[in-house]
Design a protein around this ligand. Structure first.
Ligand code: PEP
Ligand code: MG
Length: 577
């Protein structure tokens, strides 16, 4: 038995087998071969298998996400049969006497670079596709399943991308580092067995594509507790620990992840296993007790009502909101729709997602935050340039006001969906009154367009995230322009303290309880009310029950938390006098 101490992300316990997540980047070794023709026969067989896989995926996608989304797999098939692409692979094998995996990876890289340099945006976007098909071929050739192939689910109800083989970046390296045991992991696991997933690090786009029902816990070497991956783990209700020096030889072994203490135990002895199973049962009992608060009001003993909403990242999260009796949705991070997809989600796709959330919430408030892409939330097809300071860079509302077509498509989808429920729209990363006015102006234009086309919509409440010190300081002016504020304490802490929320080295001083942050919250609530706006908190701090009393005393109107925190926060509010 070995025990390791990391940092906890989500308080829950899991016991299960370890599976190593193979990073998106498949490292392919260059090998010298003797018989080029035999290697070509091997490649041809792999191509046949990969084409058959694409046929299957196409069919599945057609049924689940419709013809538009499925079309990408037809394109993948065409690319995989493209003459130039195949010639390049054959030539490399014959001329350089190298293994097929390397020839595919190198060809994939070359073609992807070539596409990326083209002027036409459509062709540029093909770079990701060519990487994708190359990675699929490499996976077939090397006989290895990747996580996206084995753990990606159709559960998220996302666009066709969920079934793709992981990633777009094939790295061709001669002395590449060994694969960290994903095969060992898969070999010892039943195909559908839920697993404790271990990885060096996880990107939000990777996390979001995984089939939640197959993951018992996340354990990573890197990552910070304020990253979006951590937030996702919380909203997925999955125990998670970061900062563990994961080891290859753990693959397939039994492990315990104690999200209460941040401990990971490998190969537990019988006594520990028994003790932790008991702790897990206690935990489940407490969850059961909390369930008794379902259907009760979120109200203090003296009668102050707090609106207790939930944060979600995808349509499938709504189930958890309902299960935990969320009174509404205070933050739908719409960018996850974009991260789940390989191309810009169309107006129709977005409309369907927002409509489904609005309908499932049956008239309860659903606050959708417009696209907050950038910083740690990256999607290849946006082609965002690498920046020195991405957190302070080209992101969120800045992209939307700059690339207005993206913004208008989303606003059209949102307004159309508003006819089916109680949707509000919220703009992220606001720093000026000007940005709010401009966003509202565009929204009005989109409304006019819909009226002209006789497309129904409802008047929606408009709100903004208060997550920059600038917004705090001008909150009184901002309040006059909107119906509500939602304080994003994750970014507000980052920008107030000048601490990158992604930097694990700074985790210990990233302190949302810092007086500067708490005073900002107080100021925003007071200014919001003075200007006529109601004020909520949707950052992670909203779920911190040690501060519930403080927030209520400050006059907060709403708290929006991960679904699993709804009942604990309700319990905390109901205890207040
Ligand atoms: C925040 O910054 O507090 C917030 C809720 O937004 P996100 O975590 O998605 O940046
Ligand atoms: Mg934020």
């Amino acid at each position: 038995m070995e025990q390791y101490q990391g940092k906890t992300i989500f308080n829950k316990i899991a016991i299960g087998k370890v599976f190593f997540y193979q990073k998106k980047e498949t490292q392919v070794k260059r090998r010298h071969i003797e018989d080029a023709e035999a290697e070509i026969v091997r490649f041809d067989a792999a191509q046949k298998t990969a084409l058959a896989q694409l046929d299957q995926i196409y069919e599945k996608a057609l049924q689940e996400v419709g013809a538009d989304n499925a079309a990408v797999f037809a394109v993948h098939k065409m690319m995989m049969e493209d003459e130039d692409y195949l010639d390049s692979i054959y030539n490399m094998i014959r001329r350089e006497l190298i293994n097929a995996e390397y020839a595919v990876a190198a060809t994939g890289d070359n073609f992807a670079k070539m596409f990326a340099q083209m002027d036409d945006a459509y062709m540029q976007a093909r770079a990701a596709d060519v990487r994708d098909i190359s990675e699929r071929l490499v996976a077939v050739l090397s006989g290895s399943g990747t996580i996206a192939g084995t753990l990606a689910g159709s559960q998220t109800g996302s666009a066709a991308g969920t079934e793709t083989v992981a990633g777009t970046g094939i790295v061709t390296e001669i002395n590449a580092a060994p694969d960290i045991g994903s095969r060992t992991g898969t070999d010892t696991l039943a195909p559908d067995e839920p697993v404790i997933l271990m990885a060096d690090d996880l990107a939000p786009s990777e996390t979001v594509q995984m089939d939640k029902s197959r993951i018992l816990a996340f354990v990573t070497r890197r990552g910070s507790s304020n990253s979006h991956t951590a937030i996702l783990a919380r909203s997925m209700n999955i125990p998670a620990v970061i900062g563990i020096d994961i080891r290859e030889e753990w693959a397939g072994k039994t492990a315990i992840v104690d999200g209460y203490t941040g401990t990971v135990i490998i190969d537990p002895d019988a006594a520990t296993l028994e003790q932790m199973s008991a702790k897990m049962s206690d935990d489940e009992r407490r969850q059961q007790l909390l369930k008794e608060l379902r259907g009760k009001e979120t109200i203090t003993r003296s009668g102050r009502k707090i609106h207790l909403y939930a944060n979600i990242g995808s349509v499938s999260d709504v189930a958890q909101v309902l299960e935990n009796d969320g009174e509404g949705i205070g933050l739908f991070r719409s960018e996850f729709l974009y991260l789940e997809s390989d191309t810009f989600p169309t107006e129709e796709e977005q409309f369907k997602a927002y409509k489904m959330v609005a309908q499932n919430m049956a008239g309860k408030k659903v606050i959708v935050r417009t696209l907050d892409i950038g910083a740690d939330k990256q999607a290849d097809y946006f082609h965002l340039e690498k920046e020195d300071n991405p957190a302070m860079g080209y992101r969120a509302i800045r992209i939307c006001l700059d690339q207005q077509e993206i913004f208008r498509t989303q606003l059209r989808a949102l307004l159309r969906a508003s006819a089916f429920g109680n949707i509000s729209i919220m703009f992220p990363m606001i720093i000026s009154v000007q940005e709010v006015l401009e966003s509202k102006r565009i929204l009005e234009e989109v409304k006019a367009e819909l009226r002209e086309q006789d497309i129904p919509y409802k008047d929606v409440e408009i709100g903004i995230m208060i997550e920059t010190p600038a917004a705090v300081w001008i909150s009184e002016e901002l309040a006059k322009e909107v119906d509500f504020f939602s304080i994003g304490t994750n970014d507000l802490t980052q920008y107030t303290l000048a601490i990158d929320r992604q930097n694990p080295k700074l985790d210990s001083i990233y302190d949302p309880h810092h007086p500067a942050v708490l005073r900002s919250i107080r100021m925003v609530i007071e200014n919001g009310h003075r200007g006529g706006a109601w004020v909520g908190i949707c950052g992670e701090l909203g779920a911190d029950t040690s501060l519930t009393e403080t927030f209520v005393e400050m006059g907060i109107d709403e708290l929006s938390v991960s679904p699993s925190f709804i009942l604990p926060v309700r319990e905390a509010v109901r205890k207040l006098s």
